[in-house]
Design a binder for this molecule. Structure first.
Ligand code: PMV
Length: 348
């Protein structure tokens, strides 16, 4: 019969949000819309091996290898992912799976691999579904891959395509959905193409706050409603900015979003302070450099101390020089990762 055994490999990138997703409802529905740049170099490669069982089992049957080592500690996350997606992938209990995964970026770099990892696995499972149903069209494949990725980790639904993806319903973005990421449907000025993201590794430790805990902090948050409304407003502003190419305005929205994300964590109960002294030192130097040179670099942050430095491709030389001479000294072992926007996941 069809797809009795085989393997498939997908490579999927990380992404960096410009308007942040922070807060969710049941079933991985975001409390506000978000938009991100899909990255290119920070990737997870996942191979899914599958073999059909004689008889469907009562539970999921899978083994996990991370960078060639068997990883029991990742199993609960994948188990949960299978539980959430079983409804949409009814064949999951019919197979024995071996999942092999590796990252292009150094592990324990403080770079979240949930977006790249969950999207890569979702894509592998979609390839298996397509084996079972070869008539499936590409649009359905991509949408459902994003839908499934979302059930693994919300932001993962924004990693399937590039270079810009919107997730979450918003009146001004036609076709936007809470259920999957939508490739940004409007023309974007050239200055935003191949946008650069240099990731400064300030703190390579384990995350202090898991994103599950982080999102739940928005449930009883005193500023939640205003924040969710602000995300809609910022997405609207960004839509104009992407059309007109106003870099000054881009910087204002992106940096404010990063600081607001951290402000939400600082004002929740319990509260968290995720920036480090080096995070602030870097931000202050960015402000100063911008003032002194008129450069258009800006920063953004995820739920941690690392800093993403964003800038147009045509400013690459000056900004990289500045990063190497001024910012790298604030990084753990001087380490940073050079990345830029990309087109999304690839089947190998
Ligand atoms: O996808 P999660 O549940 O790990 O949440 C990610 C949240 C942020 O990275 C902080 C913001 C975002 O929109 O990516």
């Amino acid at each position: 019969g069809r797809a009795t055994e085989g393997e498939v490999t997908w490579q999927s990138p990380s992404n960096i949000a410009l308007v942040k997703y922070w807060g969710k409802l049941d079933n991985q529905i975001p409390a506000n819309p978000s938009i991100s740049f899909t990255l290119n170099n920070c990737r997870t490669t996942t191979t899914l091996r599958y073999s059909k069982k004689e008889k469907a089992a009562t539970d999921f049957d899978f083994e996990l290898y991370f960078e060639k080592e068997k990883k029991e500690s990742f199993k609960p996350k994948i188990q949960k992912f299978f539980e959430r997606t079983f409804e949409y992938l009814p064949f999951l209990k019919d197979y024995k799976f071996t999942i092999e995964t590796s990252n292009s970026f150094p592990h324990s770099s403080g770079i979240a691999s949930s977006a790249s990892g969950m999207s890569a696995l979702a894509l592998c499972l979609m390839s298996l579904e397509k084996e079972l149903d070869p008539t499936m069209d590409n649009e359905f494949f991509t949408k459902k891959a994003s839908f499934l990725a979302r059930l693994g980790s919300g932001s993962a639904c924004r990693s399937i395509e590039g270079e810009l993806v919107v997730w979450g319903e918003n009146e001004e973005i036609k076709g936007s959905s809470n259920l999957f990421g939508l490739k940004y449907p409007y023309a974007v000025l050239e200055v935003f193409q191949n946008y650069q993201d240099t990731i400064l590794l300030v703190d390579k430790g384990e995350k202090q706050v898991s994103s599950t805990v982080g999102h739940s902090l928005m449930e009883e948050h005193p500023y939640a409603e205003r924040r969710f409304a602000q995300a809609h407003e910022n997405l609207g502003k960004l839509k104009q900015i992407l059309k007109k190419g106003d870099l000054e305005e881009f910087i204002k929205v992106v940096e404010s979003e990063a600081l607001t994300l951290h402000a939400m964590m600082m004002t929740s109960q319990p509260y968290f302070l995720l920036m480090k002294p080096n995070t602030l030192a870097i931000i202050e130097k960015i402000f100063r450099f911008r003032k002194e040179t008129g450069s258009h670099l800006c920063f953004t942050l995820d739920a941690g101390a690392n800093v993403h430095v964003l800038y147009p491709e045509k400013e690459k030389e000056e900004v990289l020089q500045f990063i190497k001479t001024e910012l790298a000294q604030h990084c753990d072992k001087g380490q940073f990762i050079e990345d830029h926007t990309g087109m999304g996941a690839k089947k190998l």
